[in-house]
Design a protein around this ligand. Structure first.
Ligand code: ADP
Ligand code: MG
Length: 562
């Protein structure tokens, strides 16, 4: 039919468009990266669906992306022969934002262009970045497998609404026509656009084609022929050898796979041989994504089998406590038709996963040993997540424990490793002492620390939400038990000298009448009342039973309604 339907953008899209146009004008060229990235994803999706249905290739099996510039019409056209979109998919994908963490993102916006530009960089702009340079965008698409007549035409000026209508589209895939805004004519320049493509998209594994240069015109401009040629190397980046890949290429590839705008912090790239043969290229982001704590998050590590994209999975390829890792794993041995169900059962994937976990931990160890600044950044962004690993990954518990960093009575910053702590232990000290609290200030001012301060013994200050869980699972380090200073009868072992013991006895004697009175008054509210020498400034403190819940955990559970 020729009926055109006009629909409104989701409110968040309108906000995003506004924000983008205002805050990204200084980095306009990224629209090319985003649209090429989408075209490449569309090729991956087609390849995957075609494993089961080869007829989806129709008569056009060579996947590619094309960019055409039209100086007269002032348009840039990006087309691909990937999976394409049906009408419903176009409405859904080009009219809403499906990302998890969207709410959190919009909640953080301040209205200040500079700050928001920074945030939007982390959030990612995707398809809508077309409107940075275009005042009109027309998308024509046909999903692979649908008849020619079931193409869709989507058009918008990037304000409140878009239109959709049916079109006939003989070629499968998606074509996006950008009508450039006045002043953005540099994107009609062949040389300029080729430069941008090389800069951002050289890692894309299928050819990105543009018309071949054919000498220069009167004004020194490039004259193009009608023949297309690839502008990029067109081989999957991870299949190249390390020596051939520049840091810039690794970085751009990261931005593509991770859908992130910020630079990665570090990466590990290796070809692994043995029981399973695979290549891994895994990245640590430099910033936590908005959805790090969302259950529904979809992003993770991508699984390829012999260069064919199979799936993106958040659990089967990386354990939960390494959910911030991004990148690809490309297996030589898994079957191409591997499904999610097969993966659930697969011992092979377990082997690959275990190998990749070791690589990531190795990368972290390397950073912590050689690049303290980067490790500090990592710890700030992801340390709390890594702590989950102590209870989650029994086989790597010790390696993870070594990577932990803490605030202590000697350092407000979470910068002290357990090895540092042990190295500074007092003569005769055989335990690692810690205290849990809601905040650093509460921890530091706890009366439980008085005796430790007096004796100059360092105490770990555990104040993150996950720390109770950590303390429950990390019961010793380097054969030294971790002991809460707020639990049970404080046993300072050899740190206690004869004078302390005598003082304790004396205190008990002296306090006997007071204690009897207190027990009387407090009755069932307490299990016991004891005299102590662990306090130097405070008259009294609450102590949890040795094997009971800590008072901090009790408060956490109460606030969670338990
Ligand atoms: P993201 O790539 O992070 O999913 P985008 O805003 O870049 O977000 O794209 C939104 C969605 O639009 C994509 O997930 C995809 O479903 C669809 N899409 C965009 N471009 C294409 C394309 N060239 N071919 C097929 N689908 C596309
Ligand atoms: Mg995208």
């Amino acid at each position: 039919s020729t009926v055109t339907e006009t629909l409104g953008f989701q409110t968040e899209v309108k906000q995003l468009l506004q924000l983008m146009i205002h805050s990204l004008y200084s980095n306009k060229e990224i629209f090319l990266r985003e649209l090429i990235s989408n075209a490449s994803d569309a090729a991956d999706k087609l390849r995957f669906e075609a494993i089961a249905k080869p007829e989806l290739y129709e008569t056009d099996p060579e996947l590619r992306i094309r960019i055409a510039l039209d100086k007269d019409a002032r348009t840039v056209t990006i087309s691909d022969n990937g999976i394409g979109m049906s009408r419903d998919e176009a409405i859904e994908h080009l009219g809403t934002i499906a990302k998890s963490g969207t709410r959190a993102f919009f909640d953080q916006l301040t209205g200040d262009d500079k700050q928001d530009a920074n945030l939007i960089g982390q959030f990612g702009v995707g398809f809508y970045s077309a409107f940075i340079v275009a005042d009109k965008v027309v998308v024509e698409s046909r999903r692979a497998g649908l008849p020619e007549g079931e193409g869709v035409r989507w058009a918008s000026k990037g304000q409140g609404e878009f239109s959709v209508s049916a079109v006939s589209k003989p070629a499968r895939g998606t074509e996006i026509v950008l009508h450039l805004k006045a002043g953005d004519d540099d994107f009609l320049d062949d040389w300029r656009v080729k430069g941008v493509v090389r800069k951002y998209s050289d890692h894309i594994s299928i050819p990105i084609e543009m018309k071949k240069g054919n000498g220069y015109g009167e004004n020194g401009e490039v004259v193009v022929s009608n023949e297309f040629e690839a502008v990029n190397q067109a081989s999957a980046l991870w299949t190249r050898s390390k020596g051939e890949i520049s840091d810039e290429q690794y970085t751009e590839f990261y931005k593509h796979v991770a859908h992130d705008f910020t630079e990665p912090l570090a990466w590990s790239h290796a070809r692994v041989e043995g029981r399973q043969e695979y290549t891994e290229l895994l990245y640590l982001p430099s910033r936590a994504p908005f959805d790090l704590y969302e259950r529904e998050r979809k992003q993770g590590v991508k699984l390829y089998v012999r260069r064919v994209f199979i799936m993106e999975d958040t659990e089967k390829l990386m354990p939960h406590y390494l959910r911030f890792v991004r990148g690809v794993i490309d297996s030589n041995d898994l079957p191409l038709n591997v499904s999610r169900e097969i993966l659930q059962e697969s011992r092979d994937i377990d082997t690959i996963r275990a190998g990749c976990v070791k690589k990531v931990l190795g990368l972290l160890e390397d950073l912590s040993a050689k690049q303290a600044d980067k490790y500090a950044t990592f710890w700030r962004e992801f340390g709390q997540v890594l702590k989950e690993g102590v209870g989650e990954d029994f086989s790597n518990k010790e390696r993870i424990a070594k990577l932990l960093r803490f605030s202590t009575t000697a350092s407000d910053e979470q910068a002290v490793s357990l090895a540092d702590y042990v190295g500074r232990m007092k003569d005769g000290q055989d335990k690692v002492y810690y205290i849990t609290a809601d905040t650093l200030a509460a921890a530091k001012h706890s009366p439980h620390l008085e005796v430790f301060r007096k004796k100059g013994i360092e105490v770990l200050l555990l104040t993150d939400r996950v720390d109770e869980w950590l303390a429950a699972h990390l019961t010793e380090f380097d054969a030294k038990p971790l002991v809460s200073v707020a639990k049970g009868e404080l046993d300072l072992g050899k740190l206690e000298d004869e004078a302390d013991k005598a003082a304790q006895q004396q205190a008990e004697e002296a306090a006997r009448p007071v204690i009897a009175k207190l027990k009387d008054v407090l009755g069932d509210k307490v299990a016991e009342v004891r005299a102590t020498t662990r306090l130097t400034d405070s008259p009294a403190c609450l102590v949890s039973p040795e094997h009971g819940m800590s008072s901090h955990l009790e408060r956490l559970l109460k606030s969670a309604g338990q």
